[in-house]
Design a protein around this ligand. Structure first.
Ligand code: AMP
Ligand code: MG
Length: 649
């Protein structure tokens, strides 16, 4: 990546070496360059203010309620008339010739020893000072009632202005408008308020390789994930997001786009192109856009080191790292506080829980590291599993419940540590069924059936052995495994141990894959195909990682041979298929459904057993029963067969 010599960089007039700042220093410099700043405000109709911050104090312009009001259905009267009333000596009151409903202006005064029927919300008539409830009276012939208890003056009456008095400040500047605040303001008759205007944020992705979702993916291209995520995260944090599209790494075009964006937005957020690669141009442009320019480029964060923070003539300009997970982390950690402050919103409060870390978490010394984790309920509380597949993986963010922060001075977190987990949601959502182990696309078919019937599932792909260990610790219900035991020449059962039982899953045909029509493989037996491949020096293979069941098969096929491509050892069935499709390899070994989906030729080798280690202590749980039922169902069998899997047994 670091290809440009320092001299060319200095020639642009910008300080562009990655001077790594601590997270705290970077944030402090960014905030110092931006704040204090006057809030941008605007008047809005009440119904359009949800989630915005009030820019100024609001005082009630009328009394609420505007008149003395009855709180119950009953009779308006004078308390003094009932001073001597009791069960034994009821007091008789004559009824006035009107009845006060809501919205009725009383016409007849309540004189001594009279009463006027009044509904909840009705205005108190002249002369009355209390209400007696309907239930506490008895009819006493035409036009009269009897009351058998005394009342105190003011009983069941809300005085004018008792809720909000005219002139009283009812909401302070800075209050975030929710439905309750809208209700208060509406009750005062306020139709418009002055709020802090949402910062207008322009979002722009950079990279020659980017294609927008919905369009066809050309070779070597990837879909633009950052554009949509950053736009959504801006909206979530009080900004008005406007996505301007993805731009190629072309300095002139990018500069024009950035200038346009800054002209009518308050904030500019780019992603990608922030490293020191030859094609990384955006940070060079920033220096020409306004003062003071870049305040931090390179922050001791992991993920997120190449983050670039700048202020151009009062407007924040940010370049997020290209990898979506890095982009999101730095956005939430470093940009959200600034964005919320510009929007007049209070700092976000993230809920925290404590969880045990079952597996050692390595960490880079010198960088504050954020490790995304999924939470599961273990026998002694929550356990946190890293969801990370590296900063390039978008799933690590989407599937995580929260993150653990490892300080810059630690190089790992030991297994068994209790660590605080900052949640992405207000509460931990514990799933009904937890499945930890080896993942298979067939499993998704079972899970779909479960979610359709209302069972929530958490599935963590940590491999067969990792799943077994989690099952033994009681952290999951099921561990999907496909482990071959060469000693007994059998799958899975030899690995179970105490407390676990085997639930048969399905069989996955393993086979040799090649591009259809390749004469070296088409129509040949496995032995012929492998012999031919080994004899052809131009034939390139793709292997699998050590420890995978497929690797055991490949090693059996090859014997002592180490053909070209042997050291290319991807970790998944899909990566093998992609390598062959894209002609980075000519053959490999993968499972039939993956080969079929990729349109590859397939020579069957052997069936792999994909089964479940079930934690016996959890067998009777409803979610487990739902899983077992789904697994047995004819619909699931049909769907699995349709996808290329064979039923076990
Ligand atoms: P860069 O910082 O431009 O070198 O990008 C680092 C990595 O992030 C590369 O693998 C890019 O393809 C990837 N990347 C950059 N921008 C995006 C984006 N908008 N969506 C998804 N991946 C991206
Ligand atoms: Mg790029």
């Amino acid at each position: 990546m670091n290809t440009s010599p320092p001299s060319t960089r200095q020639g642009t007039g910008q300080e562009q070496f990655l001077t790594i700042l601590s997270r705290e220093d970077a944030l402090a410099r960014f905030e110092a360059a931006l704040f204090p700043r006057p809030a941008q405000t605007e008047k809005r109709v009440l119904s359009d203010t949800l989630g915005l911050a009030l820019a100024e104090d609001v005082a009630a312009s009328v009394d609420v309620p505007p008149f003395d009001r009855s709180n119950v259905d009953g009779f308006a009267l004078r308390a003094a008339d009932l001073a001597a009333a009791s069960q034994a000596r009821p007091v008789r009151l004559t009824l006035n010739a009107e009845s006060i409903a809501c919205g009725t202006v009383p016409q007849i005064p309540v004189l001594a020893r009279t009463a006027t029927p009044i509904a909840t919300g009705g205005p108190l008539p002249r002369g009355a000072d209390a209400i007696v409830m309907m239930e506490h009276t008895d009819p006493a012939g035409a036009g009269a009632i009897e009351v058998r208890r005394s009342v105190s003056p003011g009983q069941f009456v809300s005085g004018a202005g008792s809720d909000m008095a005219r002139g009283e400040v009812v909401l302070r500047a800075g209050t975030v408008i929710g439905s309750r605040e809208i209700g208060m303001l509406a009750a005062c008759g306020i139709a418009q308020i002055t709020v802090v205007r949402r910062p207008r944020v322009a979002i722009l992705s950079t990279g020659d390789e980017l294609v927008q979702p919905g369009e066809a993916l050309r070779p070597a291209a990837i879909y633009d994930a950052n554009g949509p995520i950053v736009s959504a995260a801006v909206t979530e944090n009080g900004g008005e997001a406007r996505f301007l599209g993805a731009f190629p790494d072309d300095e002139a075009r990018l500069e024009a786009a950035m200038r346009d964006a800054l002209a009518d937005h308050d904030v500019l957020i780019l992603s990608g192109g922030t490293s020191k690669g030859a094609g990384d141009v955006s940070h060079r442009i920033i220096g020409r856009l306004g003062k003071p320019g870049i305040v931090a480029h390179g922050v001791a964060l992991k993920p997120g080191k190449p983050l670039c923070l700048a202020v151009c003539d009062g407007k924040p300009v940010i370049i997020l790292p290209g990898f979506p997970t890095s982009a999101m982390f730095t956005f939430h950690d470093m940009i959200v506080p600034v964005l919320r402050r510009m929007a007049g919103l209070p700092p976000r409060i993230d809920a925290q829980v404590s969880a045990r870390v079952p597996l050692r978490l390595p960490s880079e010394l010198g960088r504050t590291e954020f490790v995304m984790v999924s939470l599961v309920q273990g026998p002694e509380g929550l356990a946190a599993y890293a969801t990370g597949k590296g900063s390039g993986a978008i799933t690590s963010f989407a599937q995580a419940d929260g993150f653990i922060r490892i300080e810059a001075l630690a190089d790992h977190l030991p297994a068994g540590t209790d660590a605080p987990v900052t949640l992405f949601t207000p509460q931990v959502r514990v799933p009904d069924l937890v499945v930890i182990g080896s993942h298979c696309v067939g499993l998704d078919l079972v899970f779909s059936a479960l979610s359709a019937s209302g069972t929530s599932v958490r599935s963590l792909a940590v491999g067969s052995l990792g799943g077994l260990a989690a099952a033994k610790r009681g952290e999951c219900d099921l561990a999907p495994i496909h482990l071959f035991d060469p000693k007994t020449q059998s799958y899975n059962t030899p690995f179970l141990g105490d407390g676990l039982e085997l639930v048969p899953g399905w069989r996955r045909m393993q086979g040799l894959v090649f591009r259809s029509g390749d004469p070296r493989f088409e129509g040949r037996s496995v032995e012929e195909a492998v012999a031919g491949a080994l004899a052809d020096p131009d034939c390139l293979m793709v292997n699998r990682n050590q420890g995978s069941g497929t690797r055991i098969l490949i090693d059996q096929l090859l014997g002592p041979a180490r053909p070209d491509g042997y050291w290319n050892q991807p970790r998944s069935h899909n990566a093998v298929a992609a390598a062959v499709v894209q002609e980075r390899a000519d053959w490999g070994v993968t499972i039939a459904p993956v080969a079929r989906a990729a349109g590859l030729g397939f020579i069957p080798l052997t069936e792999e057993h994909y089964d479940f280690a079930l934690v016996s202590a959890r067998r009777e749980r409803p979610a487990m029963q739902a899983f077992l039922t789904a697994l047995q169902s004819p619909e699931i069998h049909a769907a699995l067969e349709q996808a290329g899997f064979a039923r076990a047994g």
